[in-house]
Write a protein that binds this ligand. Sequence first.
Ligand code: CP
Ligand code: NVA
Length: 321
Amino acid sequence: PVQTGLRHFLDLKDLDGATLRQILDVASSMKRMQQNRRFPLHPRQPLAGRQLGLILSKPSTRTRVSFEVGMRQLGGDAVVLSPQDMQIGRGETLADTARVLSRFVDAIVLRTGNTTNLHELARWSTSPVINGLTPHSHPVQILADIMTFEEHRGPVRGRTFAWTGDGNNVLVSLIEGAVRFGFRLRAATPAKMKPPQAVLDWAKQEGGDVEWMEDPRAAVEKADCIVTDTWISMSDSHEEAASRMTLLEPYRVDAKLMALAAPDALFMHCLPAHIGEEVTQDVFEGPHSVVFDEAENRLHAQKGVLAWTMGGSGWTSFGKE
Ligand code: CP
Ligand code: NVA
């Protein structure tokens, strides 16, 4: 069943740095095109007639809207599905669902609470599969983050990012992004919430400059970008919420922590945010924060992914008229 040659976008580590860079280049030219000329956005409608299926097993604001709107801006369309409304909810297998849906749509985005489902879908689908978040990773988010950093501060290569908080899915993709785009990453999490050792080992093997530590102050020192995320992810059990919050207290991004970073450091958060938990109001609303540019860039970065996934050999010309 495995379809070779399909451009699945499952994790940043699966793509080479040059392809990821090209995706962001195409994304940036499409963004410029959109900003220079409000209408029509993409005169050639490069994905005209293409259909994107989005299967969302978990809530989503940004991922859903940015993929739907992005697809329409490129001339195609999208259909959003919730597993409760599908036969998956009554036990139809993912293997059968994949083989059916991929006859209707040209690519499938999956957001799931079970990482194995993503790989099972990709195994059986005859259309490319895009990771729209799993408990393990969130690669499209990190593409948007890198795009945002570069718009504000120039190339990420050689710069220093710091993570403070939970060792979650967004951190895994940030680690992979650090390796693929060549920036340094210092990630501070409580020992209990350390990112998967396999991911840290992979980063090391690839020659990445990624360091895990427990001390948030050491992580953020002189960093060019501070990144955090919610302390309770969608896949975390609610019973553990209170004990997690206690462990994570010292990892909150407040003005004191921000002051240890480089003077022009950026603050990023994939959103939704929980003010007073992982970040204070003054930092979130303050001059370092670029969280809404970051959210906007979900649209642009993902249009780059859609171009690569479905655009055939001409995908790099999508930002050119
Ligand atoms: N950051 C992000 O993926 O947001 P949504 O959960 O709203 O899609
Ligand atoms: N880590 C968060 C990200 C939400 C976009 C979660 O998985 O819930």
